[in-house]
Design a protein around this ligand. Structure first.
Ligand code: NDP
Length: 281
């Protein structure tokens, strides 16, 4: 496992297991157990995924010491008015004393109040590191001058077809790590059958998913692939035993179409998301 040091000194595994859309019907428990079994030590969940409880149970039942596993969760939009209550809810659902990384899931409405709450929870030792998600350069540049504690990460959509070069340059300048959500293009068929990626993988005996995740980690990003299939959960982790050459990296860099599927700056995005995804208090 490779680790990355965040700007607050906290070390995070460069690959985490994503759990978006894995339902809390036993599937999350099974997938997280499987992931831990094959070697993942970083799990990405969120309040709004409604599966924190199963994540927590899988972690406990794995028998792996809590401090060896890095847990990320996120505060949902409807909780920005009382962020401390949101953190408490996650701690209770996960049944843990602390969370390693907690993110403001979406950058809308009273995001400053949300941030202040996370800063307070960090001071109280309930969270080790705090970060943001889905911040475009415009949103970032408005947010940063108003806050005290610098975010440790910005979790954004990123894959070889949508490489987010502008956000990444800004984060690098501000010493903030980028976490890729949708690192496999959320199952995008065109990406996962891309001939260029397949040919590169063939040289190393690696599949397309592995080439993509290796590319992203070699670019210095943290990746969070999700799968419910044991063979994919395993193969997505097997990316640290080969290194893409600079020529191969450039070939993959050239696949960028600079068109992420979501635009955080789109007017009404916060309203849309808060209607589409809700949580039961
Ligand atoms: P991913 O890019 O991880 O893609 C997941 C999809 O790819 C699933 O359909 C999965 O299918 C399929 N898949 C997984 N591995 C392979 C493989 N090796 N070959 C082919 N297909 C594969 O998308 P996610 O949206 O899940 O993003 C990853 C994580 O990022 C999330 O789970 C979540 O934790 C986080 N996230 C955060 C967001 C935010 O706003 N901060 C937004 C979205 C995600 P199957 O399960 O059937 O194998």
């Amino acid at each position: 496992m490779e680790y990355i040091k965040l700007n607050d000194g906290i070390e995070i595994p460069a690959i985490g297991f994503g759990t978006f859309l894995i339902p809390p019907d036993g599937s999350t428990y099974r997938a997280v157990r499987e992931a831990l079994e094959v070697g993942y030590r970083h799990i990405d969940t969120a309040t709004v995924y409604e599966n924190e409880e199963e994540v927590g149970r899988a972690v406990r039942d794995s028998g792996i010491p809590r401090e060896e596993i890095f847990i990320t969760s996120k505060l949902w939009l409807s909780q920005f008015g009382d962020p401390q209550k949101g953190v408490e809810r996650s701690l209770k659902k996960l049944n843990m004393d602390y969370i390693d990384l907690y993110l403001v899931h979406q950058p809308y409405f009273d995001v400053l109040n949300a941030w202040k709450g996370l800063e307070a929870a960090k001071k109280e030792g309930k969270i080790r590191s705090i970060g943001v998600s889905n911040m475009s350069p415009k949103i970032w540049n408005e947010f940063i001058p108003k806050i005290e504690t610098f975010p440790s990460v910005n979790q954004i959509e990123c894959n070889p077809f949508a490489q987010q070069k502008a956000v990444r340059m800004l984060m690098a300048a501000d010493d903030v790590k980028v976490e890729c959500w949708g690192p496999l293009g959320q199952g995008n068929k065109d990406l996962l059958t891309n001939e260029t990626l397949r040919l590169i993988g063939e040289r190393y005996g690696k599949n397309i998913g592995q080439v993509i995740l290796r590319f992203e980690t070699q670019e210095g990003m943290i990746v969070l692939p999700k799968s419910v299939h044991p063979e994919r959960i395993k193969s997505n982790l097997e990316i640290f035993d080969f290194t893409l050459t600079e020529d191969e990296m450039n070939v993959i860099r050239a696949l960028d179409t600079d068109k992420p599927s979501r635009n955080p700056d789109e007017p009404g995005r916060g309203e849309y998301l808060s209607k589409k995804f809700t949580i039961v208090e």
